[in-house]
Design a protein around this ligand. Sequence first.
Ligand code: COI
Length: 354
Amino acid sequence: MASSIKINKNPQSQIHLCDFENIEFGKIFSDHMFRVDYKDGKWQEPSIEPYGNISIAPSLSALHYGQSIFEGMKAFKNPEGKPQLFRPLDNFNRFNHSAYRMGMPAITEELFIDGLSQLVVLDQNWIPTKEGSALYLRPFMFATDDFVGVRASNNYSFIIFCCPVNSYYPKPIKVKVEQKFVRAANGMAGNAKAAGNYGISMLPSMEAKKEGYDQIIWTDGATHEYAEESGTTNLFFVLEDKIVLTPKLDGNILPGITRDSCIQLLKAQGYEVQERDISIIEMIEAAKQNKLSDVFGTGTAAIIAKIAAIGYKGTDYVLPDPEKRVVSNWLFKTIYGIQTGKEADVNNWVMKLQ
Ligand code: COI
């Protein structure tokens, strides 16, 4: 049943300010946002309002202790020009897992899905259609108590806003194997989309950039010998275009929805997919023997982020020409094709909104 969401329409659309041919990721926002607040142990009345600043207290507990989570999703237009979402229930479930891990209340499916759907339908003119583009959707929740003691907040806000985007990485990236800093270790919140997981990534990425890399490959906290993720994406390695490897979901890895889509599509196509511990040395040896045919990251924003070279202990290992890669190019074409309704959706991943 559709929620009754109060809609306060933006009287002044900003769409004329958006240059749809040259969109920079995350810099321009659509006309509306969905909002619902949590207090007295329950979610209050939801509304859709003009996109704009929100007022917060300097003591807002999310700012001090990081009780803040988010999702990344996308809306697309199908060939009939109608808006559609990709696997939104998986994002909803992951969002509530993140909420659980951070001691926050669960959002209801009705609020999450209806809020998202009504917002996207209202702002559907903002969905770009150029190859590789989409309307990026950012559901997030944060603690709103104005209280400086350390305990779970009693009050929260859940907001969704949208921004038209192109591909997150405009070109293949060069990554450095990170062996000093760690993204997550056993028992931490690596499998949750907690804001703090991204906050702690800034310094390692900045240091890698100073050394000439675009991003890092995170390694495990215990030994720094095993690959975990790359930047904000899950990570895949392909051996001789036959065997596809990705780190297993051991609690430290984010269970990516694009990651899962890739695994399902690859298996259906007859590839052997191994979810396991992946030793960096094993991959470097494969690269030296020209057996490492493809390496890429996967995520909602990037879809597929092709990795052009890997830096390990001061040496750069250049990988095969990204243009000619079999697996990553096929995956991008297939996933983006399903998302935009140009490829058959045999797994029922698409939710049509109209
Ligand atoms: C996503 O792929 O949605 C991400 O989380 C990456 C990001 C822009 C933080």
